[in-house]
Design a protein around this ligand. Sequence first.
Ligand code: FES
Ligand code: FES
Length: 164
Amino acid sequence: MTTKHPVSVKVNGIRYEREVEARLTLADFLRHELALGGTHVGCEHGICGVCTVLIDGRSARSCLTLAVQIDGAEVTTVEGLRNRETGGLHPIQQAFVEAHGLQCGFCTPGFIMTTLELLRENPDPSEEEIKEALGGNLCRCTGYQSILESVKLAAAKLRETQGA
Ligand code: FES
Ligand code: FES
């Protein structure tokens, strides 16, 4: 019989209690246990960044994190960015739409979560700082320039909403 371990975690503001196998990754926990398919899975080796989520406010590869490791933590996925009252897109999501920061969209949740962490720490990043922050996220479609423009637009939108 497989031993299961209790996990109590807050995801996008909602508390979940589950029993999981020790080897279950956070990515699979989110996708299969909680039906949060916005976190994608690509390489499963920590290389591509599509599985990026925030754990207690810090970006992390959910393919390299075990579900049991997040017991007691707070996780934010791309689903958590929408405005809870209006259902509207987060300014970062809106910026990616407006500046054509996606084509197939497979990499997009990872870029958006990485951008969220960047702009919380640095609301007005230089181009070099954006490149540095997004260096661990891979995209096969866009050529990156439109992603760069999306992050600049997202930064401007967030500064505007914060009255900066
Ligand atoms: S799927 Fe996690 S880094 Fe590629
Ligand atoms: S938009 Fe297709 S992989 Fe990035």
